[in-house]
Design a protein around this ligand. Structure first.
Ligand code: NAD
Ligand code: ZN
Length: 367
């Protein structure tokens, strides 16, 4: 009997990469980042190597870049950051099935253990041993990124290519908006960064009857209306709670999507929620928040949902359906595409409060 030795990885013969790649890395604790040349990651039997086409910058990446207290406590340099991307499959581990070389993919960057209690009961988005690529391990601001095959998501060919890099934040928005009833509901969205703006589009596409946004940045308020909000209110100038209550016959909204993490926005958001309503809290406050639990949650019989990451993979199925059927127009959210070496310019745009997604192209600009 002859035995055939299988290769450990499959790789396309046409455009075999060298051994080194360009990566945007946090080299040491402290502000900033640097472009570095590092080895292309080796892949294991159950991994996939993806050639990154586009990567978008998330607020978390900005925190890592600026080195806020959270980053200082969590990130262990040297490390390649970035976790929103799309690209094509370049190499496939020997035990991987259902993924082909050249497939256009993105990935769920929260890697769950698959063994803990939550994972076993279908709640792997809150896995006990979650490992986040781009935060705990090397991410996608590089020419190539290694992804466990189980986390790869093939992008439906009916979805416009430029949406490929934003499944991660869109998934946050979809998870929050669809964690309870939304059709026919009145909705308040507090905080209109990219995720808040996407949640407005999602709520609208899924039949919300009216959406009220609050946001301190005027450019982002204008975007909120473009995405489908009835009204975008300035919490610094308007009586946002009074205005939303008045617009909902005195009751308050059915649903609160809290997308800012700002303590006042959370308090006001809960105040504009009707008794018996649903609050989905996604924004991450930098410090513990004081709340009037009696007046704003308990006696109002409110349901509070903590929203973390994306449901694996229910949220991905929902996003695919919404994007494929062209129910979401997220085009106004896209800003510039830049090569990876213009990262400093890209980060300074975001530091200036730009509302759109800035896209980096580690392998040169696609078509
Ligand atoms: P972002 O910082 O761009 O957006 C937050 C927005 O809230 C900003 O536009 C800001 O101007 C606005 N804001 C600040 N104070 C406000 C106030 N008092 N009232 C109304 N709006 C106010 O961030 P993003 O990328 O859109 O993410 C939104 C939030 O979600 C952030 O807190 C982020 O850390 C968090 N986040 C959570 C998850 C999760 O899984 N739970 C995942 C990603 C991001
Ligand atoms: Zn787990």
């Amino acid at each position: 009997m002859s035995t055939v030795q299988m290769p450990t990885v499959r790789t396309p013969s046409t455009h075999m990469p060298g051994t080194q790649m360009k990566a945007l890395r946090k080299m040491r604790p402290g502000p900033g980042a640097a472009l570095d040349s590092v080895p292309i990651p080796d892949i294991g039997a159950n991994d996939v190597l993806v050639r990154v086409r586009t990567a978008s910058i998330c607020g978390t990446d900005l925190h890592i870049y600026e080195w806020n207290p959270w980053s200082a406590s969590r990130i262990r340099p040297p490390m390649t950051f970035g976790h929103e991307f799309c690209g094509t499959v370049e190499r496939i581990g020997n035990e991987v099935t259902g993924i082909a070389l050249g497939d256009f993919v993105t990935a769920e960057m929260h890697v769950a253990c698959g063994r803990c209690r939550q994972c076993r009961v279908g709640q792997s988005h809150v896995c006990q041993h979650l490992n986040i690529l781009g935060i705990d391990q090397d991410g996608c601001f590089a020419e190539f990124v290694r992804i466990p095959a189980g986390n790869i998501w093939k992008i439906d060919p009916a979805i416009p290519e430029h949406y490929g890099a934003i499944f991660d934040p869109l998934g946050n928005a979809v998870h929050a908006a669809l964690s309870g009833e939304i059709a026919g509901q009145t909705v308040a969205v507090t905080g209109c960064g990219p995720i808040g703006l996407m949640s407005i589009a999602v709520a609208k596409a899924c039949g919300a009857s009216a959406i009220f946004a609050t946001e301190v940045n005027p450019q982002r308020r204008a975007m909120a209306v473009t995405m489908g909000a009835e009204e975008a209110l300035d919490p610094a100038a308007d009586d946002v709670v009074g205005r939303v209550r008045a617009a909902t016959g005195g009751a308050g909204v059915d649903v609160l999507l809290e997308m800012s993490g700002n303590p006042q926005a959370i308090q006001k958001g809960l105040a504009m929620l009707r008794s018996g309503g649903r609050a989905s809290l996604l924004g991450i406050p930098s410090e513990p928040v004081t709340l009037d639990l009696v007046g704003s949650v308990i006696t109002k019989g409110v349901t509070v949902h903590g929203i973390f990451g994306r449901r694996m993979f229910q949220t991905w199925v929902q996003m695919t359906a919404l994007l494929k059927e062209r129910r979401l127009n997220l085009d106004p959210l896209f800003h510039e595409r830049m090569p990876l070496d213009r990262f400093a310019e890209a980060f300074s745009l975001l530091q200036g409060g730009h509302a759109g997604k800035v896209i980096l192209c580690p392998n040169g600009s696609p078509r």
